[in-house]
Design a protein around this ligand. Structure first.
Ligand code: PLP
Length: 388
């Protein structure tokens, strides 16, 4: 059967993920050191796993409320109030989702009419552009630059705004650049959002993983922003819970209600076992999270130092667990560089172009891998660039 005319146009038009293409080549090769997958190398802290086991032992195997367990939503609002400095009502202003991934999809589908424009900063997480297209929106990337430490420049944002602009997607700390924005920089962005009446989808999944400032500043906490921000957060990264598939969105009730309309039919609810684990993560998991953060901090410093010492220009990323070195001086595209590095030295790093055209000339290296592997990978990279 020819399926080409059976697939919806907006789905057929989605290109394959650049990361997936690259990692298909690496599959099954134990000799390769991978700096590729954006996933913690820690097992989920034991007390969190135990909470999942206890929940199963108690026979908690049912659906939950569509919005998620009230106890979890209460833990979330307490945590968000402490950490993001924004207060939400646990009954009406929080929805628990299957990862931040589902929350992004729900929010975009809830907000967009066909043809509405969504501005996002690039290089960015690979799901943004396809998620916008699948919600019948039009993605408008705004490039960020190494010279600005990959922060979103207010003037460039303002230039991208048209009468069809409806949503601004933000992700600080950023995957893949590790960029963070200061309170002053975010305040400028916030003013523009208020002026142009934009809704902000703020994906703050890496917010605990920042290394040079004590406090994470959420755009939702800025004047005039709580009412126009959907704050997205989850458990995958800071709590090393990727496989639990749990995230959440906090926003004014009418926005949560619109997301809920889709979620209740598409998903019913997030898995109860993961929700039980997430309560434990928020109530007692912070010391374990802090230990992981400290370890990422050391690895970031090590990697940035080694890259710069060997003559590869790498800015110091303020957060997440990625470095984004500039390899443009070697005269190869990101894809060529990554392929040759893989062939010659069995080191896999993601070509910057997987995160948008503006990523050309860069590589994304995830440092959520052991020190020993990072050291070997850097030795091999150093040997490799001498051959170019
Ligand atoms: N947002 C960003 C910026 C990410 O990097 C990722 C995963 O890598 C996600 C969202 C998806 O997270 P989750 O596991 O909560 O679906």
């Amino acid at each position: 059967m020819d399926y080409s005319d059976k697939i919806a146009h907006q789905v057929a038009a989605i290109p394959r993920s650049g990361i997936r293409d690259f990692f298909d080549l690496v599959q099954g090769r134990d000799d390769v050191i991978s700096l590729g997958v954006g996933e913690p190398d820690f097992a989920t802290p034991w007390s969190i796993r135990e909470a999942a086991i206890f929940s199963l032992e108690r026979g908690q195997t049912s659906y939950t409320s569509n919005l998620g367990l009230l106890q979890l939503r209460e833990s979330i609002t307490n945590y968000v109030s402490d950490f993001f400095k924004v207060d939400y009502d646990a009954s009406t202003e929080v929805i628990v989702t299957v990862g931040v991934s589902e929350a992004i999809d729900l929010a975009l589908r809830a907000l967009l009419n066909p043809g509405d424009e969504v501005i996002y900063h690039e290089p960015c997480y690979v799901s943004y552009s396809p998620s916008i297209s699948m919600a019948y929106g039009v993605g408008v990337p705004v490039q960020t630059h190494k010279a600005d430490a990959f922060a979103l420049h207010p003037a460039e944002l303002e230039k991208a705004i048209t009468p069809r602009s409806r949503v601004l997607m933000l992700n600080f700390p950023t995957n893949p650049t590790g960029a963070v924005m200061s309170a002053d920089e975010l305040a400028e962005i916030a003013k523009i959002c208020v002026k142009h009446d934009l809704i902000v989808l703020s994906d703050e999944i890496y917010s605990e993983l920042r290394y040079d400032t004590d406090e994470h500043v959420s755009i939702a906490s800025m004047p005039g922003m709580r009412e126009r921000t959907i704050l997205l957060h989850g458990f995958s990264k800071a709590f090393a819970m990727t496989g639990f598939r749990l995230g959440y969105a906090c926003a004014p009730a009418p926005l949560i209600d619109a997301m809920m309309k889709i979620h209740q039919y598409a998903m019913l609810c997030a898995p109860i076992t993961s929700q039980a684990a997430a309560i434990e993560a928020l109530e007692n998991g912070l010391p374990a999270m802090e230990k992981m953060r400290e370890s990422y901090h050391q690895r970031r410093d090590f990697l940035v130092r080694r890259l710069n010492e060997m003559g590869i220009d790498c800015h110091l990323p303020g957060g997440a667990f990625y470095v984004f070195p500039d390899i443009s001086k070697f005269g190869l595209s990101s894809m060529e560089f990554a392929m040759k590095l893989l062939e010659a030295e069995d080191v896999a790093a993601v070509p910057g172009t997987a995160f948008g055209d503006g990523g050309d000339g860069f590589l994304r290296c995830c440092y959520a891998t052991s020190f020993e592997e990072l050291r070997t990978a850097m030795d091999r990279l150093e040997r490799f660039i001498k051959t170019l």
